[in-house]
Every structure is written in structure tokens, then in C-alpha cells.
Design a protein around this ligand. Structure first.
Ligand code: MN
Length: 508
């Protein structure tokens, strides 16, 4: 740990950073925390320092970095928010205060859960950077979970998966979300994690090797054709995201071609298409795998061109082409508003971010008008989770489900018995897997079997609706806590976006 390391890291993306102020905040925190130690036995100051380093990965502004350095001062030392305000000003103090208020997030009981969500939204609405510091704090805590007792490991990892990661996703922060999920995964689902690591070991090595070679070959092709590449590099898929994808494909690894992909960033949209054309001139693309998310962005706003090519010896390699702006959006999401841009003014950045978060404000306005939790979740349904799909039963009835809902969600939506006996599905008259994400307009026919008496544990990992989740649990008789379920029921199945993955409580 060396403060110069942090200061230098910031200077790379923000030449106007006030290094003296950053150093001052570091010394202030160091002095305030004194001889306090973390559970791991390390000096406490390592934690706020690493939190600030993670914020620097996100290319955050000085105010956020300083708040990261000071974020545990009011909670854990004799210094107060007022002391921080005197030394570092109102903006930093407000952030630190917001983070301190979030600090008591505990995963206990349905009321606490709802209260926690509210706190997150309140913090987001006042300054979304509060949440960004909280994410960085959590990422460092997750990366040092080893030092904690198993029960705490479980609680913190589950809370990260159920509350933090989905909110990061909703804010478009792909790299934060991926880190939160992948650091939590081994603690939240140890068996599934081990299974995955074993499963992909060989393939991962092979793909990494081919992608490295493809990188050299394609760089040459692009250079020969005078394409100026901003950067080109292999990226490995996040592990939990890979696991979810595998579940959708019956755990068949051969169906997945982007464990490692080659990412090419060029300046303009025209160059993206140019890159794709050049690559297709040299390598045969795989049928059905050319995806133009520039002309047709994903619902999340994600943009890029994707193609899968037959590289040497029939090895498939996925290539992604995008502009720096698309890359920023995909990786940093809302945090990109605080990135240094020459000539840009601080205030306009903050306003731009606020515009994007208008839905949070709406949610809070509504929340003030109601003390009814059910109504509150109703509003969540409308605002936070507004992407819905409409699918048809064989009789022509319309069923309304959240986006990416699966046939299992559909079956449970119709009837618990249908869900429990669900053995297969036809989508638009074709057999499909039970984890296939449904699309608006799909005709869905559930194939029930008398022989199936119980739901499958694996369904819990890909179903989207809370009601399906709690019915599966009932069917398996594996969760008697009824804690989060109540929230899920109250939400009428809408809270699932905040609870994408659920703990599977093992029978003792
Ligand atoms: Mn902390």
C-alpha cells in the first residue's frame, strides 16, 4: 500500500486531479483509524485505501476518491461527519454521510430488506456516487471474506448477489456487477462454483491460447488495412454469468463460444462495421452468430457488433467490435458521467447522471405518498422493473411476465401444480429448454409429466419471478425461513431483478 500508487493511477485518467488533496485525505483517514486492525490482522487503513483504488479503476473524480478514503471515518473513529466537512467540504461530507447511513445494511427479516432497498434508493437519488463508493467498499470486503466466519461469509455474499449486483446492473455498471457476482459466487454457491471451475478448466486454457493468437493475426490484418485500433484484447466472461448461460444450454459447454472473446475498440461506428467486414474476408463467420447490437441495442442499451469465426483448426473465436463510447457505457455505465473529459464542467456531468436516474426520483416521490409496502413494490414493478413481456398460452390467453422470464416462470404463473410437474416446453411449437428466456409474442406450451413430482433445485438459479422461486422452494421444502419469500410475495413476483440468484438452503 502506497499512496503514490493511488495518486499515479488517478493522474493517468484525470490530469487535473488534486494529488495533494488525495494525500491529505489518506493521511487524515490513516490518523483517524490509528492502530485499529481488520479481522485479517492488517492495519485498517488498507481497506479505505483499496476502496479508493477500486474507485480509481472506475475512473472516478477526486470527490468520490476522497469519500472512499474517508468512508469509514465517522462510523469507526472519533471523527464525525462535521469534522470531515470542516476539512474536506460539503460535497465530500455528504457522500461520507450517505455511505455511513448505508453502513448498517443487514440481511435480516423482510422489513429490514425493504428498508435496505429504500435506503439504497434514497442514497442514489441524492447522489449516485454514494452507491458507487458503497460498491467499491463491498468489492474490497468480498475480496477479503476469507478472514470472516462462514456465517458472515454467506450473509455478505448473498446480500451482494441479491441487492448490490442487480442495482449495479441496473445502473449499467458491468464491471462492478461482474466483480460483485464473481467474488460472491464461491461463498454463496460453493458446490456450483467448484463444478464450474472444473468443467471449464481445459476449455478456458485452450480458448485463451487461441484468442491470443487470433489477436496477433487480426491486429496484423487491421494494420495492413490502416485501421487504427484503440485497443484489442481478450476478455474472459464473468463466471456467474457463464454459469447462468450454461444452465440455459443444459450445461453443454460446447454450445458456448464466448468464454473468452476478442474485443476490438475503434473510434467510429463506421470502423466497427469495417472491422467486421475485414474479419469476414479472412475467416468464415459461423451462421446465426453475427449480431448487430449497434443497429439494434439490447434492452439494457448495450451496443457492439458480435461475430463468431472459424479460426485455425476449426476453433471458434468470438469477436466484438465497439467504439470507446460503447465500451464506457458497457463497463462503467452511470459512473462514466464522472469521467474526466477535457473542457467538461463538473456540474453538467452530475446533471446528466441525474437525468438518467429520473426513475429513482419518481420512485421516492411515490414512496413518500405511501407507507404501504405492497403499493411500494407495485411502484417498483412499474418503474424499476418496467421491462415486461407478453406471451401466449395454447388457448390464446395473454400472460404478462418480466423480461427474460423462462418457461418455468410461465408454468408457475399459471398454476403451482403445472410448475411442479413441468418436464419440458414447446416454444412456438418447437421443443426448447426450460431455461430459455421467453420473448414477447411467444406461444408457450408446457409439457407436464405425471412422473415428475418435484421441481428441480437448478430452476432456482434461472427463474426470474419471485413467485416461481417461492413455489419451487415450497415444492422442494428447502426454505422454512420465509424471510425473503414474504418480500417476494409482497412484490407479487416483481422483486426478482433484485434477487436474480437465490441461496439454496441445504437440508441438514
Ligand atoms: Mn468500509
Amino acid at each position: 500500500m502506497n499512496i503514490e500508487e493511488l495518486v499515479n493511477k488517478i493522474k493517468i485518467y484525470n490530469p487535473e486531479s488534486d494529488s495533494d488533496m488525495i494525500k491529505l485525505a489518506f493521511e487524515y483517514a490513516k490518523k483517524a483509524h490509528g492502530n485499529t486492525k481488520r479481522k485479517s490482522g492488517e492495519p485498517y487503513i488498507i481497506h479505505p485505501f483499496q476502496t479508493a483504488m477500486i474507485l480509481a479503476d472506475q475512473k472516478m473524480d477526486d470527490t468520490t476518491i476522497i469519500a472512499g478514503l474517508l468512508h469509514d471515518v465517522p462510523e469507526d473513529t472519533k471523527k464525525t461527519v462535521d469534522d470531515v466537512k470542516k476539512e474536506f467540504g460539503k460535497e465530500v461530507a455528504n457522500l461520507v454521510e450517505g455511505i455511513t447511513k448505508l453502513g448498517q445494511l443487514k440481511y435480516r427479516g423482510v422489513d429490514r430488506y425493504i428498508e435496505n432497498l429504500r435506503k439504497m434508493f434514497v442514497a442514489m437519488a441524492s447522489d449516485v456516487r454514494t452507491i458507487i463508493v458503497k460498491f467499491a467498499d463491498r468489492i474490497h470486503n468480498l475480496s477479503t471474506l476469507d478472514a470472516l466466519a462462514p456465517e458472515k461469509q454467506k450473509r455478505i455474499s448473498m446480500e451482494s448477489l441479491e441487492i448490490f449486483a442487480p442495482i449495479a446492473g441496473r445502473l449499467g455498471m458491468g464491471s462492478i456487477r461482474g466483480q460483485l457476482e464473481d467474488l460472491s459466487f464461491p461463498f454463496a454457491y460453493p458446490a456450483e462454483y467448484k463444478w464450474l471451475i472444473n468443467k471449464i478448466k481445459g476449455t478456458l486454457k485452450k480458448e485463451e491460447k487461441y484468442v491470443e493468437e487470433a489477436k496477433k493475426d487480426i491486429s496484423q490484418i487491421l494494420a495492413k488495412n490502416s485501421v487504427k485500433v484503440k485497443f484489442i484484447k481478450g476478455r474472459r466472461k464473468y463466471l456467474l454469468s457463464l454459469y447462468r448461460k450454461l444452465l440455459k444450454h443444459n450445461k453443454d459447454l460446447s454450445k458456448i463460444h464466448d468464454i473468452v472473446a476478442l474485443r476490438i475498440v475503434v473510434s467510429t461506428v463506421a470502423e466497427c462495421y469495417g472491422v467486421l467486414g475485414l474479419i469476414h474476408q479472412h475467416y468464415k463467420p459461423m451462421k446465426g452468430r453475427i449480431k448487430d447490437y449497434i443497429a439494434q441495442p439490447k434492452p439494457s442499451g448495450y451496443q457492439s457488433l458480435h461475430t463468431t469465426i472459424f479460426y485455425k483448426k476449426g476453433q471458434l473465436v468470438e469477436i466484438q467490435a465497439r467504439t470507446p463510447e460503447m465500451h464506457e457505457q458497457a463497463e462503467y455505465g452511470i459512473a462514466a458521467h464522472w469521467h474526466y473529459k477535457e473542457g467538461a464542467k463538473g456540474k453538467s456531468k452530475k446533471e446528466a447522471a441525474r437525468d438518467k436516474l429520473a426513475w429513482v426520483e419518481e420512485l421516492l416521490k411515490f414512496q413518500k405518498q405511501t407507507s404501504d409496502d405492497e403499493q411500494y413494490f407495485e411502484s417498483l414493478k412499474l418503474e424499476f422493473f418496467k421491462d415486461r413481456i407478453f406471451v401466449f398460452t395454447p388457448k390464446g390467453d395473454v400472460i404478462d411476465l418480466p423480461e427474460d422470464a423462462t418457461p418455468i416462470d410461465f408454468a408457475y404463473h399459471i398454476h403451482s401444480g403445472l410448475g411442479n410437474s413441468c418436464n419440458g416446453v414447446k416454444i412456438n411449437e418447437k421443443i426448447a429448454t426450460l431455461s430459455t428466456p421467453l420473448k414477447s409474442g411467444d406461444l408457450v406450451e408446457i409439457i407436464a409429466s405425471k412422473n415428475r413430482k418435484k421441481p428441480s433445485k437448478n430452476w432456482l438459479i434461472f427463474v426470474k419471478t419471485g413467485s416461481a422461486k417461492s413455489k419451487i422452494r415450497q415444492g422442494l421444502n428447502i426454505d422454512k425461513r420465509g424471510v425473503i419469500q414474504k418480500a417476494l410475495h409482497a412484490a407479487d413476483g416483481q422483486i426478482e431483478y433484485l434477487t436474480k440468484t437465490k441461496k439454496i438452503k441445504k437440508k441438514k
